[in-house]
Design a protein around this ligand. Structure first.
Ligand code: PBG
Length: 329
């Protein structure tokens, strides 16, 4: 064997699991997860074809699933409603119905598990007959300031029901500040705001729109969601949301936007969240179902990569499943 001086041998730090574990820079666990769940007002569950393992849950199944998640350490839940067509209108009025599906479920979840943090989405798309996050004018434009009024009412209805974290996902300008003011004026100074800060106009949301039947009826979301080519613009959104009082900022999607997560991480001292969206989940599921990928390993690796890029919290449909795998269950 040739003799050569090789003083540096990085492999020494990889030689056993004990050393690898001690030197591991990034870990991922249930404490980092926010678990998005789809809910509906009907009886029974409605499976979502493009998201195997996910369904629109009825109230009973929601309680059971939250309990299962909590048992393996997942203590943050995000709720998304599938709203009956007859309740949708151009102004998304059902979004601020105090007796609507989300306020009702928030109240019952909080009564049972006060320690579980509930994250509620603020945007009109599940409630709008147009399927847009804001109010649509007769010429097709999405009205910013008129929408914000409705979003504030929606946030208040959720806070009154007991929501812990309000998450505006609509991308209207100025909504974080307006919602902060509205919450504070009603005494909800302890309710947090998790801002969807850099939310891209992404094709990876396709399965989510199937799940909620919330795809836009006309046009797309490009006049409010960000262009996938941009990252400096994300820096600008961070400054605004921070200034307007956001407690946490989010990048969405996650997997194809790891550079944006890293840049946002450097740009703010706030906790950073990243959303592994429906399309990312669907890709991993589909390839795993065909036996082309090892599901456990790719799920954990993708979540680790999102954390390594700089995310503190990760919203993922895999939350309960991965927490179980990590617990050896
Ligand atoms: C709605 C909203 C969307 C998602 C979260 N909130 C869809 C959209 O903006 O069209 C997507 C989540 C996912 O794809 O998993 N404002």
């Amino acid at each position: 064997m040739v003799h050569f001086e090789q003083r540096q041998r990085p492999r020494r730090n990889r030689k056993s699991e004990a050393i690898r574990a001690a030197c591991r820079e990034t870990t991922v666990g249930p404490q980092h997860f926010v678990y998005p769940l789809f809910v509906h007002a009907g009886d029974g569950d409605v499976p979502i074809a493009s998201m195997p393992g996910c369904a629109r849950l009825c109230a009973r199944s929601l309680m059971a699933e939250v309990e299962r998640a909590r048992d393996v350490g997942v203590r943050m839940i995000a709720l998304f409603p599938a709203v009956e067509e007859r309740l949708k209108d151009p102004h998304g009025s059902e979004a601020h119905n105090p007796d609507g599906l989300i306020p009702t479920l928030v109240a019952s979840l909080k009564a049972r598990w006060p320690d579980v943090m509930l994250v509620t989405d603020v945007a009109l798309d599940p409630y709008s007959s147009d399927g847009h996050d804001g109010i649509v004018a007769s010429d097709g434009r999405i009205l910013n300031d008129e929408t914000i009024e409705v979003l504030c009412r929606q946030a208040l209805a959720q806070a009154k029901a007991g929501s812990d974290v309000i998450a505006p996902s609509d991308m209207m300008d100025g909504r974080v500040g307006a919602i902060r003011d509205a919450l504070d004026a009603e005494g909800f100074t302890e309710v947090s705001i998790l801002a969807y800060t850099a939310k891209y106009a992404s094709a990876f949301y396709g399965p989510f729109r199937d799940a909620l039947d919330s795809a836009p009826k006309h046009g797309d979301k490009k006049t409010y969601q960000m262009d996938p080519g941009n990252v400096r613009e994300a820096m600008r959104e961070v400054v605004l949301d921070e200034d307007e009082g956001a407690d946490m900022v989010m990048v969405k999607p996650a997997g194809a936007y790891l550079d944006v997560i890293a840049r946002v991480r450097d740009a703010t001292a706030l906790p950073v969240a990243a959303y592994q969206v429906s399309g990312e989940y669907a890709m991993l599921k589909a390839a795993s179902e065909r036996g082309w990928l090892d599901e456990r390993r790719v799920a954990i690796e993708s979540l680790t990569a999102i954390r390594r890029a700089g995310a503190d919290l990760v919203l993922t449909y895999y939350a309960r499943q991965v927490a179980q795998w990590l617990a050896g269950a």
